[in-house]
Design a protein around this ligand. Structure first.
Ligand code: ADP
Length: 394
């Protein structure tokens, strides 16, 4: 999704692809296949590029330090990226900045996990500090007995234990920052996770108190400054009305992020264009929202294996829907694309959700969603019910 933006800006994007069949290969002219964990592969790939950047966080931090010593312009720098790679490093750094963290501790054994639970109260959340995504590497631990069941997670260094935050909804504050410290923030959005996977995003977050929205943006910008982040950064937040700042930081991503896909159609500048501008040190684009509310709805692999056969029906049903297919093969539960709908000024978010949900459901299932009260995603926090037509949002 960065490739068309690179073409628009007039420069060449090259991609180090994990395999010949990954979606990015179809999007760019030069996409050598190689292992991003192998230093020599990275060296060969980086030779001759102006800037090296990322669309995931798994490139080993130590390799990036070597590349920088050898003269490669890596953006974001590994010293910033580590906060998106290691949740223990991130928690300690957020604490040092005095920004809103849940209660947390590094725990190296079941005994320490139990002690943490006894101290702050059960349940607690146990996380692997590195390598997790889409909720993999996250466990809710209800009490001492459940803590014993986590014994198999210990052994490879300390884990992160956190208080289970009683949040009302999840938010994301997306910002971009250049190497010389200029930055820009998009409106704070409401993100809906289903089974640990980002399912839907409503931009801006409906009904979010102005003061909380402003503080959330300032927090993300402050983090970006303090860690010297470059490119796009998403600060995932838990909203906690009436407590502290009204939110705590969950985790950081330093790259274009699922919670920013709405910007492809709903903002003057998409996160993909902005990421490129930012890592290249170009002037940043305007981050204002277009239209009214925007909704991004992911579609995961489901019953319909031939997605494209359903595109005409989806496009016909919702002419305002923009389909973004990732060119991936269908596997149940795999993120294979998303739909954006930009609402008209004044249109309520529930209506926009219904439009996006309907288009995504048609693609996923190959047919119109069944009528009826089938909503399975949380409603109400945006002050509007989820209409039945948008309801098969599994
Ligand atoms: P990942 O790195 O896999 O995205 P996260 O740290 O974002 O993992 O956790 C996945 C989901 O688990 C979150 O979206 C949230 O719903 C839930 N979660 C994570 N941490 C907490 C917490 N401290 N309190 C309550 N829920 C949590």
């Amino acid at each position: 999704m960065m490739a068309p933006e690179a073409i628009g800006l007039g420069f060449e994007l090259r991609i180090l692809a994990e395999a010949e069949d990954v979606s990015a290969v179809a999007a760019v002219r030069s996409a050598p296949v190689g292992d991003y964990r192998d230093l020599d592969t990275l060296r060969r790939f980086a030779a001759g590029v102006d800037v090296l950047t990322f669309d995931h966080e798994h490139v080993p931090n130590e390799h990036l330090h070597v590349l920088i010593e050898e003269g490669v312009n890596v953006q974001p720098r590994p010293a910033a990226l580590i906060h998106a790679q290691d949740k223990l490093v991130m928690r300690a750094a957020i604490e040092r900045l005095g920004l809103p963290n849940p209660e947390w501790s590094a725990v190296s054994s079941v005994i320490e996990l139990r002690a943490f639970g006894e101290e702050i109260g059960w349940p607690v959340v146990l996380k692997t500090p590195t390598g997790g995504y889409d909720g993999k590497g996250v466990r809710i631990v209800d009490g001492p007995a459940a803590a014993e069941d986590c014994a198999d997670w210990f052994g490879d260094g300390p884990l992160l234990a956190e208080a289970k935050v009683g949040f009302t909804r999840e938010l994301s504050a997306l910002v971009a920052r250049t190497p010389d410290g200029r930055s820009a923030a998009w409106p704070v959005v409401h993100t809906i996770q289903v089974d640990g996977v980002c399912d839907e995003v409503i931009a801006p977050a409906p009904g979010l108190a102005t003061e909380v929205a402003r503080t959330a943006q300032e927090t993300a910008l402050r983090i970006a400054d303090a860690f010297d982040v470059t490119g796009v950064m998403a600060a995932e937040l838990f909203e906690t009305p009436g407590h502290g700042a009204g939110f705590v930081v969950n985790e950081l991503a330093m790259r274009p992020h699922n919670t920013g896909h709405w910007t492809m159609n709903g903002s003057v500048t998409s996160q993909f264009e902005q990421h490129l501008r930012a890592v290249l040190g170009l002037p940043l684009g305007d981050t204002a929202a277009l239209g009214g509310y925007s909704v991004m709805k992911n579609y995961l692999g489901g019953a319909n294996e031939d997605l494209y056969s359903a595109f005409p029906a989806a496009l016909a049903a919702e002419p305002r829907a923009k389909i973004h297919a990732y060119g991936k093969s269908v596997r149940p539960g795999r993120k294979i694309g998303h739909v954006n709908v930009v609402g008209l000024p004044g249109e309520d978010p529930g209506t926009v959700r219904a439009r996006a949900g309907r288009a995504a459901a048609i693609i996923r299932d190959g047919r119109e969603p069944a009528a009826g009260p089938a909503a399975t995603t949380p409603a109400g926090t945006d002050g509007s019910p989820v209409p039945a037509t948008g309801g098969t949002l599994a």
